[in-house]
Design a protein around this ligand. Sequence first.
Ligand SMILES: Nc1ncnc2c1ncn2[C@@H]1O[C@H](COP(=O)(O)OP(=O)(O)OP(=O)(O)O)[C@@H](O)[C@H]1O
Ligand SMILES: [Mg+2]
Length: 230
Amino acid sequence: MNRSEPTNPPPQVKVAIKQLNKRKIKDIDSGIEFLLNEIKVHWALEHCVSVVRLLSIFEDEDYIYMVLEYQPNGTLLKTLKSNQKFNEPDVRVIIEQMLLALDYLERKKVVHRDIKPDNILINSIEDNSEYEIRIADFGFAVFTPNDELLTHKCGTPGYVAPEMFLNEAGYSYKADVFSLGAVFFNLLTGRYLFSGDNMEQTLRRNVRCDIKGIQKYLEHTSNNCKDLIQ
Ligand SMILES: Nc1ncnc2c1ncn2[C@@H]1O[C@H](COP(=O)(O)OP(=O)(O)OP(=O)(O)O)[C@@H](O)[C@H]1O
Ligand SMILES: [Mg+2]
């Protein structure tokens, strides 16, 4: 009998593998639950085009491995750091995709809690085409099935919503929208919205949400953009 190649070989997909270290969580009470949460949340978002696709997971004794669709063009942070500019039309398509994605997350009852340029991957930037982005890193994400308010403080200084620290009752989905506002400013100006000499100072300025001095960096932006950011 002749052997033949399958007529439709499976497409070759380039992947990125994220390792979650089981040993690191051995001392934490909620242990493995904590690691599985990232996977559970990520899995629940598989139909969102702007969330990086989680293709499969496997494990060995020490690690859980998340197989993710590889995003070839780095993160928004990498582009910002290389001094490549985002012009206003670029920023508009990026922020629009992010807002639609955050709306999807809210409908799925998910708060991401670590929206920042390092967790937004760039899928494509062909010549003359628009940016396509993918949200990554659901390590701090949680489900709030009954829209319950959250009180655990986490995230990244410079991007956290002030209500996380100021509202005793807690915070919810809008915390991600605040973080996206800080990303919006990063993209428009190439600067941090809140910065300091160290993490503590950055966090203090972030929680105070002091944006008095930002006008001078927005001189060349349109009025619509200025309105939106304030
Ligand atoms: N699917 C992917 N394709 C390409 N690069 C990726 C992918 N997923 C993650 N990365 C890269 O790996 C980095 C870390 O991934 P991720 O944010 O999910 O992990 P992390 O545990 O939060 O690590 P870190 O503490 O460095 O943020 C990202 O900032 C990005 O540069
Ligand atoms: Mg990350």
